[in-house]
Design a protein. Structure first.
Length: 311
């Protein structure tokens, strides 16, 4: 009998002790933070500290993990917020203190929502500088990264009308996914794709259709690396909160399927927006408005999908 009891004790020890002493995965490329698991946690790198009343949003990491951008919002006046883009660089001594990205700035105008191209050679963002108009008629701009330096931003001529181009996400083929309130919209704002012609000009703007767009508001489109999943947010009825994160997948006919709600705990009873993936596709970042401030969360996306039965 003692032999069986001893064997049982050894078995329990072998199972429990390694877990008790298992070390968390530390990510140097993410400021030394511990990797999140299947449940979302706050994204709290030191570069987002000491910002006072200013609110960091839209984190964007370069594919080589050397450049980190984020939007910074002064929301004291919600009807006329001041938005800019901040920048940190990874060197031999770690990440630099973030500073305003003056190389992207045009004095007197907002800029926000930075996105790297897949190869890391271009940085897209939105701004209400000309030909846009303050506050919300924003347009897409792009800066090229050459020899470690970002070029002066150039206007991306997707839409010259009075409607804005929000959340300009670049696909592999150079097309731009964005949200807008163009005249052919289904709801208040819709999801769109701007495609290039053989001369490299954006001559075709396609509404992504009523499978995704509703009579309500859809925005913040983002593609995974394989470009077979489209993540976006919507305030349509039937969600968990005021705004929820959804995901659609390409079907066998290369058409977007009916979107599924990504459920709790990514979604909550609050506003959950601006979902985007890390360069390797492992982590999903999103924002939640808590006490009138946007808070950035992140989660291991594949672990989340498995745990909550999406895979």
């Amino acid at each position: 009998m003692k032999k069986y009891v001893l064997s049982f004790v050894v078995l329990v020890y072998c199972i429990l002790v390694p877990n008790l002493y298992a070390q968390a995965e530390v990510l140097p490329e993410y400021f030394g933070l511990e990797a999140p698991g299947a449940d979302p946690v706050r994204f709290t790198p030191h570069v987002l500290n000491d910002l006072g009343d200013l609110v960091p949003t839209n984190p964007e990491m370069s594919p080589d993990y050397q450049h980190f951008f984020f939007s910074l919002v002064d929301s004291k006046n919600p009807d006329s917020p001041v938005m800019t883009i901040m920048y940190s660089h990874r060197g031999k001594n770690g990440w630099s203190k973030p500073v305003e990205a003056d190389f992207l700035k045009q004095k007197g105008f907002n800029m926000a929502e930075p996105f790297f191209s897949r190869d890391g050679k271009k940085l897209y963002f939105q701004s209400n500088r000309p030909p846009g108009k303050p506050i919300w008629n924003v347009k897409a701009f792009v800066s090229e990264l050459k020899n470690g330096q970002f070029s002066k931003p150039e206007y991306v001529p997707i839409n010259d009308e009075d409607q804005g181009v929000w959340y300009p996400f670049p696909a592999k083929d150079g097309s731009i996914y964005f949200s807008s309130n163009l005249k052919d919209r289904v709801g208040r704002t819709d999801l769109y794709k701007a495609s290039k012609d053989s001369n490299g000009k954006y001559t075709k703007i396609s509404n992504l259709g009523s499978v995704l767009n509703t009579e309500h508001t859809e925005w913040d489109p983002y593609l995974n690396n394989e470009e077979n999943r489209l993540i976006f947010v919507s305030d349509k009825p039937g969600g968990f909160g005021k705004v929820d994160v959804y995901m659609s997948e390409l079907d066998e006919n290369k058409q977007w399927s009916k979107a599924i709600n990504l459920g709790k705990p990514i979604n909550s009873e609050l506003y959950d927006t601006a979902a985007k993936l890390s360069p390797d596709g492992r982590f999903l970042f999103f924002q939640r408005i808590i006490n009138n401030k946007e808070v950035i969360f992140w989660v291991d996306f594949n672990l989340y999908l498995k745990k909550y039965a999406f895979l």
